[in-house]
Design a protein around this ligand. Structure first.
Ligand code: BGP
Length: 492
């Protein structure tokens, strides 16, 4: 048997993509609430307003420069459609949804707390009781069903107030606000939640600085300071967790997928090495407890100066994360031979098309070996327990005339990916805590805000413009996953 008896099978969601109820019961706005819809080819936009009342929207693309016009503050602007506002309405469907998760046999459910539901502007001293009470209901139901929650403290959900009034994570004051938030929820949910993640895909500080760190500019100086502040905030969370409840474990969360050189030219190999440094820097600090030399050299070359206190160094060293979690959907290809590869060679989220692999409509490559490769890289480098907290296939699922969704393509993808993680456990001896498939009940896409890019085992009737009954319909993959969990991964 490959997986341990208590292997944590389940699914994952994020508040801003799933909950809706964006202005209910005292909730404040977060970074994502002011993002518009997009599409496979059009990026989403951040809407903003200047003090003279002029308004607009700035495209938000992964991995490219981002800056709002001078004096502009992110805000709700009339005339735009905001997909996070209703999302797929977990806020009012949580009983039904958790029941469906229990029916699939979930051992674990990864969700995020909507930080601005609890601290509406982010800087208050006392929390919004209604926000805290909502998650009590969720965790109590989880307990009833024997589902272990895995809770992300911030899945791109920095309160908008902390962006507008403080400039986002490049401001050290956010460390204190986060600490207060973390202490509040650790104390409140002690005994109900054992596993925590600090920042979703913390390397988004680099890849998507607005989403990842509430930054309104993407300069290296701002990103470097924001990353540092999140490292310190995260170490403080580890410290608090261990003080408040010895059973609590805090992990980091990284976007990591294998990357291949397009040719055997050593220059392509160097490009891959540098990509890995860019991605793994975050884990090097959070698991290793100090800055790696390649990053210190880069900062020196680029004239970056960090506001770091001696206590920061001690915190990073004394409170590394308990485990490492990551998202992995496929793989990327890089090259210096742009012409030959027919692409730009950039470090974009999709990289260059791999001629050996299929891609979905959004250009994401399906790679049957990605999990084994990623797990081995992380295990060999850190020797910390690992957890796959996002993996899955985004597809434009169709309801057929029989009222069902026959997603055999998703079953095929998941079968291959689960086999790949099984190999990493069986053949390579990697220590793996669990697997939570991304977007287990349909939700809006993070990259585009679309509804049609679906991942779920459960279809939610809703379109790209917020229309639809929100009815939940189990897809074929629902029954398949049920069987996988019941057999602890033996029957794929
Ligand atoms: C990760 C995010 C998720 C998620 C997923 C799929 O980067 O952590 O929030 O949505 O990617 O991306 P998308 O929704 O763009 O398909």
């Amino acid at each position: 048997m490959a997986f341990k008896k208590d292997f944590l099978w389940g699914g994952a969601t994020a508040a801003n993509q799933y909950e809706g109820g964006f202005a209910e019961d005292g909730k404040g706005l977060n970074a994502i609430d002011v993002l518009t819809n997009g599409s496979a080819t059009e990026p989403r936009k951040v809407t903003w307003v200047r003090s003279d009342g002029t308004t607009g929207a700035t495209p938000l693309e992964w991995g490219s420069d981002f800056e709002l016009p001078a004096g502009a503050r992110p805000a709700l602007v009339d005339g735009y459609y905001y997909p996070s506002h209703t999302a797929t309405d977990f806020y009012h469907h949580y009983e039904e949804d958790l029941k469906l998760m229990a029916e699939m046999g979930f051992k674990c459910y990864r969700l995020s707390l909507n930080w601005s539901r609890i601290f509406p502007n982010g800087d208050e001293e006392t929390p919004n009781e209604a926000g805290l009470a909502f998650y009590d209901k969720i965790f109590d139901l989880c307990q009833q069903y024997g589902i272990e929650p895995l809770v992300t403290l911030s899945h791109y959900e920095t309160p908008l107030g902390l962006i507008n009034d403080y400039g986002g994570w490049k401001n050290r004051k956010l460390i204190k606000f986060f600490e207060n938030y973390v202490r509040t929820v650790f104390t409140r949910y002690k005994g109900k939640v054992k596993y925590w993640l600090t920042f979703n895909e913390i390397n988004a500080v680099d890849l998507a600085p607005y989403m990842g760190a509430g930054l309104l500019d993407s300069s290296l100086q701002s990103r470097a300071q924001a990353a540092h502040d999140q490292f310190v905030a995260s170490a403080l969370a580890v410290k608090l967790a261990h003080e408040i409840d010895k059973k609590m474990q805090v992990g980091m969360m990284l976007a990591y997928q294998p990357v291949y050189p397009y040719t055997c030219d050593p220059a392509d190999q160097i490009k891959v090495m540098e990509y890995n440094q860019k991605m793994l820097f975050y884990a090097d600090v959070q698991a290793g407890g100090c800055y790696p030399n390649y990053k210190l050299k880069e900062y020196e070359r680029e004239g970056i100066t960090l506001d770091i206190s001696p206590e920061d160094h001690a915190l990073l060293k004394d409170y590394p994360v308990d485990f490492i979690s990551f998202s992995c959907y496929g793989s990327n290809v890089l090259t210096t031979h742009e012409k030959e590869a027919g692409d730009s060679g950039n470090l974009g989220i999709n990289g260059i098309k791999n001629p050996y692999l299929e891609t979905n409509a959004w250009g994401w490559a399906t790679d049957p070996d990605c999990l084994r490769l990623a797990l081995n890289v992380l295990w060999d480098r850190y020797h910390k327990p690992l957890w796959i907290v996002e993996n899955g296939l985004g597809w434009s699922d169709e309801l057929t005339s029989d009222g069902k969704v026959h997603d055999d393509y998703r079953i095929k993808y998941l079968k291959e990916n689960i086999q790949s993680m099984k190999d990493a456990v069986n053949l390579d001896g990697v220590e793996l805590l669990g697997y939570t498939m991304w977007g287990c009940i349909d939700l809006v896409s993070n990259g585009t805000g679309e509804m049609k890019k679906r991942y779920g085992f459960v279809y939610v009737e809703r379109d790209d413009f917020g229309k639809g009954s929100l009815k939940r319909i189990p897809k074929d993959s629902f029954y398949w996953y049920q069987k996988v969990i019941a057999s602890n991964g033996e029957d794929l």
